[in-house]
Design a protein around this ligand. Structure first.
Ligand SMILES: Cc1cc2nc3c(=O)[nH]c(=O)nc-3n(C[C@H](O)[C@H](O)[C@H](O)COP(=O)(O)OP(=O)(O)OC[C@H]3O[C@@H](n4cnc5c(N)ncnc54)[C@H](O)[C@@H]3O)c2cc1C
Length: 552
C-alpha cells in the first residue's frame, strides 16, 4: 500500500470501472446474431454506429440527468397567460435529438426498404438501455403513421413533419416546425383497458364525417407527452366511439384548449412527461369513420405493443450487461465473481433469458416487415404473436432485472448507478399498451377469430422439429393444451406462456449457439430448473453462455 496523503483514509479497491465508452451493438453478440438471423445483417454498420453513440459516457450521463431532473409543468407564464407548457432538463432534448435523428420515430414508413422495421427494432432495443423515457413519444409517433396516412388535411400536414429526422421542441404551430411528434389519448379515470367506457364527448362543428372538425369535452387520466404536436384521442361522437386528431396548435395559430391539470408522479419513466388533461371544447378532426375509433387506434397499438416487447428486451439486456460487467471485474473470496460456479450459473441463466427475449422480439419485428411487403401469413403472425410476445417478454424481464441488480450487490440498489433507472422502468411495459391479462385475452380472441394465425405460428415451429427432444415434447403438450379448449380464460396466461416458450425454443435452436439453445431447452422446456434464476442444471455450458453475453 502506498503512503496516503493526510486526510485520505484508504485506497478505493475492487470497484469495477463504469461500463461506458463501449458499443452497445458490437458487444451484444446475441443481438448481432439475431439481426443477422432476421435477415438484416446489411444494417450492421449503421447499428454499430448507433450502438457506439449510445455507449458514449456523455450519452449515458444525459440519460441519467434526464431522469434525475424530471419535467415540470408550467401552467401559466409570468404574466398570467395560460400556456400549459412542460419544461425539461436539456439532457431530455439531447436524448430526443438522438433518437429522432436516428429515425426511430418514423424511418420505416418514410425510408422503407427490406428489413426497415427489423433494423429499427434492433436500434430500439439498444436505446432502451440508455434512456427509455424518450421511447414513449418515439413509439407513439411510429404507431400513429398508419392511422394518419390517407386522411388528408391536418393529418397530412402533421405527417409531413413526422417524416423528417428533425427533433423540434419549440411550442409553435406544426406548420412552422422542422419535425413533429404524435401521442395518443385513450385512458380515462373510469377505464383504460375498457375504452368503450370513455365519456369524453365530440360534437361536430359543421357536419359530421371523416376529416370533419369536432369539439371535444371531457378528460384523459393518462396523456403522455402533452407538449408534443398532436394526439390521437378517443371520444364519443354521435355515431359512437371515434378517433380524433387533436393538435396542440390550431390552424388559426392559437393553442388548442387541451388543459394540462398536472403531471403524473411516476415510479419510473421519470424523464418523460405523463399528464392528466381536460378538453374544454378542444378541436379535433375525425380520423376514419364515426364509431370506428377502436380499430383506428388499435393499429397504432399493434406497433406500440411491439415496442413494449423490444423495450423490455432492451432493459433486460442493459441490466444483464451491467451484471456481467460487474461480475467480470469484482472479486470475492479470491476469485472474480463470474468465476464462482454459483454466480456463473446466475449470469448464464440471465444471459439465456436476455437472448431469448431479444430474439423473440426481433422475430416479431421481422413479421412487421414481411406484413408491410404484403405477406398475409406474416399478417396472421403479427395478429397472434404481438400480444403474446408483448405479454411474455414484458412479464419475464422484471425478474431478470431484479436478479441482475443483486449481482451488483449493494451498488445495484443505489440510485446513482444504472440499475435503479432500469429497475424503476421495467414494470411499465407490462402495464401500458394493454396490461398482461388484456394481452392474454387478446391472444384467445386471435385464436378464435383468426384461426389461420395459429397455423402460421405452428408452421414457424415446424422448422425446428426434431432438433431437440425437449422442444418436441413441449410442442406436443402445447398442441394438446390448444385442443382442450376448456376454461380458456382462466388458463390464458399459462397457454400464452407455453406458446412463447416453445417459440423461443424453436428460434434459439435454429439461430443461437448450441450451448444457449441446449440450456434454454433443458431449463425452460425440459423442466430441469428451479423457481429462481441461477438454477440451470448440471451439464450446461454456463461458462460459454456467460462469456458470450459479456459486453466486452
Ligand atoms: C406512465 C404511464 C403513461 C401512460 N400514458 C398513456 C397515454 O399516453 N395515453 C393513454 O391513453 N394511456 C396511457 N397510460 C394508461 C395505460 O395505458 C393504462 O393504465 C392501461 O391501459 C391500463 O388501464 P387502467 O389503468 O385503466 O387499468 P384497468 O383497465 O382498470 O386494468 C386494471 C387491471 O385489470 C386487468 N384487466 C382488465 N380487464 C380485464 C379482464 N377482462 N379480465 C382480466 N383482467 C382484466 C388489467 O390487465 C390490469 O391488470 C399510461 C399509463 C402509465 C402508467
Amino acid at each position: 500500500m502506498t503512503a496516503l496523503p493526510a486526510f485520505d483514509t484508504h485506497d478505493v479497491l475492487n470497484q469495477p470501472p463504469a461500463l461506458e465508452d463501449f458499443n452497445l451493438f458490437t458487444t451484444d453478440r446475441a443481438l448481432v446474431d439475431a439481426v443477422a438471423a432476421m435477415g438484416a445483417a446489411t444494417a450492421t454498420d449503421r447499428l454499430g454506429a448507433y450502438g457506439a453513440r449510445l455507449g458514449r459516457a456523455e450519452t449515458i450521463e444525459a440519460g441519467r440527468l434526464a431522469h434525475r431532473y424530471p419535467p415540470e409543468l408550467k401552467t401559466f407564464d409570468r404574466f398570467g397567460h395560460r400556456v400549459d407548457q412542460v419544461e425539461f432538463h436539456p439532457a431530455w432534448h439531447q436524448i430526443m435529438d438522438l433518437i429522432v435523428g436516428e429515425g426511430l420515430h418514423s424511418a420505416p414508413w418514410f425510408e422503407p426498404g427490406p428489413g426497415a422495421h427489423t433494423v429499427r427494432a434492433a436500434a430500439y432495443i439498444m436505446h432502451a438501455q440508455v434512456e427509455p423515457g424518450s421511447q414513449c413519444p418515439t413509439t407513439m409517433t411510429y404507431g400513429s403513421v398508419p392511422a394518419l396516412r390517407g386522411q388528408g388535411g391536418l393529418a397530412e400536414a402533421v405527417l409531413a413533419k413526422v417524416g423528417t429526422r428533425s427533433y423540434d421542441p419549440r411550442d409553435i404551430p406544426v406548420a412552422d416546425k422542422a419535425g413533429a411528434l404524435v401521442g395518443m389519448g385513450m385512458t380515462e379515470k373510469q377505464g383504460g383497458s375498457d375504452v368503450r367506457s370513455n365519456t369524453t364527448v365530440a360534437v361536430p362543428v359543421a357536419g359530421a364525417g371523416t376529416g370533419a372538425e369536432y369539439l371535444l369535452t371531457g378528460h384523459k387520466w393518462f396523456f403522455s407527452c402533452p407538449q408534443i404536436d398532436a394526439h390521437l384521442v378517443l371520444a364519443q361522437a354521435p355515431g359512437g366511439l371515434s378517433c380524433f386528431l387533436v393538435p396542440r396548435w390550431l390552424p388559426d395559430r392559437t393553442r388548442n384548449r387541451v388543459r394540462i391539470q398536472r403531471l403524473k408522479n411516476k415510479v419510473g419513466n421519470r424523464s418523460n412527461a405523463s399528464s392528466e388533461v381536460e378538453f374544454q371544447n378542444a378541436h379535433g378532426w375525425l380520423l376514419g369513420e364515426e364509431g370506428r375509433g377502436i380499430p383506428t387506434i388499435l393499429e397504432m397499438g399493434t406497433f406500440t405493443r411491439l415496442d413494449c416487447a423490444l423495450g423490455s428486451a432492451g432493459l433486460l439486456r442493459g441490466a444483464v450487461a451491467q451484471a456481467l460487467h460487474h461480475a467480470g471485474h469484482r472479486r470475492a473470496f479470491q476469485r472474480h465473481l463470474i468465476d464462482q460456479p454459483l454466480m456463473t450459473n446466475v449470469v448464464a441463466d440471465l444471459a439465456i433469458e436476455s437472448e431469448a427475449a431479444s430474439l423473440l422480439a426481433l422475430r416479431l419485428a421481422r413479421a412487421f416487415d414481411e406484413r408491410a411487403a404484403g405477406s398475409a401469413e406474416a399478417g396472421a403472425f403479427v395478429r397472434l404473436c404481438t400480444p403474446a410476445v408483448k405479454y411474455w417478454v414484458c412479464k419475464r424481464a422484471p425478474a431478470g432485472v431484479v436478479e441482475a441488480m443483486e449481482v451488483l450487490g449493494g451498488n445495484g440498489y443505489v440510485d446513482e448507478g444504472p440499475l435503479g433507472l432500469l429497475y424503476k422502468e421495467i414494470p411499465l411495459n407490462s402495464i401500458w399498451e394493454g396490461s398482461g391479462n388484456v394481452m392474454c385475452l387478446d391472444v384467445l380472441r386471435a385464436l378464435q377469430k383468426a384461426p389461420d394465425s395459429l397455423d402460421v405460428y405452428l408452421y414457424e415451429i415446424a422448422d425446428a422439429r426434431g432438433a431437440d427432444r425437449r422442444l418436441d415434447a413441449a410442442l406436443r403438450s402445447l398442441e394438446a393444451a390448444l385442443a382442450r379448449k376448456q376454461d380458456m380464460e382462466h388458463g390464458a396466461r399459462r397457454l400464452v406462456e407455453h406458446m412463447m416458450l416453445v417459440l423461443q425454443g424453436a428460434l434459439l435452436v435454429r439461430h443461437a449457439p448450441a450451448a444457449v439453445a441446449d440450456a434454454f431447452c433443458a431449463s425452460r422446456l425440459g423442466g430441469d430448473w428451479g423457481h429462481a434464476l441461477g438454477t440451470l442444471p448440471s451439464g450446461v455450458d454456463a461458462r460459454a453462455i456467460a462469456e458470450r453475453a459479456r459486453p466486452s
